[in-house]
Design a binder for this molecule. Structure first.
Ligand SMILES: Cc1cc2nc3c(=O)[nH]c(=O)nc-3n(C[C@H](O)[C@H](O)[C@H](O)COP(=O)(O)O)c2cc1C
Length: 149
């Protein structure tokens, strides 16, 4: 199975989280590509069986709990049904001190639904990645192990 981890990050945490997800999947012998959404086109989805979307939550146009700009634009430029027949999963990094904790996760769940993807698990919301890096990486590992693959 070919897996794509498509992510957006502003301060690097989601990059490191994506590496953790990749490491666990590779240990299970999956072929895994990680890429920032700004280096991807939604047409790239065609090459993969499982698409894992990862994002921080941010302020965008003065609204909290949003995708960062790069993911916002990627979503906007996605042709209809780009996730048809694709297994999908979402993880998000956020901070529970914000009103819309991990708001980007809900946006990505709707994106998957709208584009015909099939969610295979509940989304994972990570609180304060850098503050509790070890525990948060363990949460990510546990989540990946729980994926029905
Ligand atoms: C300007 C700004 C806005 C943020 N807005 C939110 C938010 O609305 N909801 C949330 O859960 N976290 C919010 N966060 C926290 C980040 O999502 C969190 O620190 C995350 O780990 C950053 O991931 P990254 O290192 O991949 O960019 C915000 C952080 C900053 C600096």
């Amino acid at each position: 199975m070919n897996v794509l981890i498509a992510y957006a990050t502003n301060s690097g945490g989601t990059y490191f989280a994506a590496q953790t997800v990749k490491k666990v999947l590779e240990a299970k012998k999956f072929s895994v590509t990680t890429a920032e959404v700004e280096d991807l086109s939604p047409h790239d989805f065609k090459k993969y069986d499982l698409i894992i979307l990862g994002s921080c939550s941010w302020n965008y146009k003065d609204l909290e709990g949003q995708l960062p700009k790069s993911f916002e634009e990627f979503v906007k430029n996605t042709p209809a049904n780009s996730l048809q027949n694709k297994k999908c999963a979402v993880f998000g990094l956020g901070d529970s001190e914000y009103l819309y904790f991990c708001g980007a996760v809900g946006i990505l769940e709707k994106y998957i639904q709208k584009n015909g993807g099939t969610p295979i698990t509940d989304s994972l919301r990570i609180d304060g990645y850098y503050k509790h890096e070890k525990e948060n990486n363990e949460k990510l590992e546990k989540w990946v192990h729980s994926l029905p693959l």
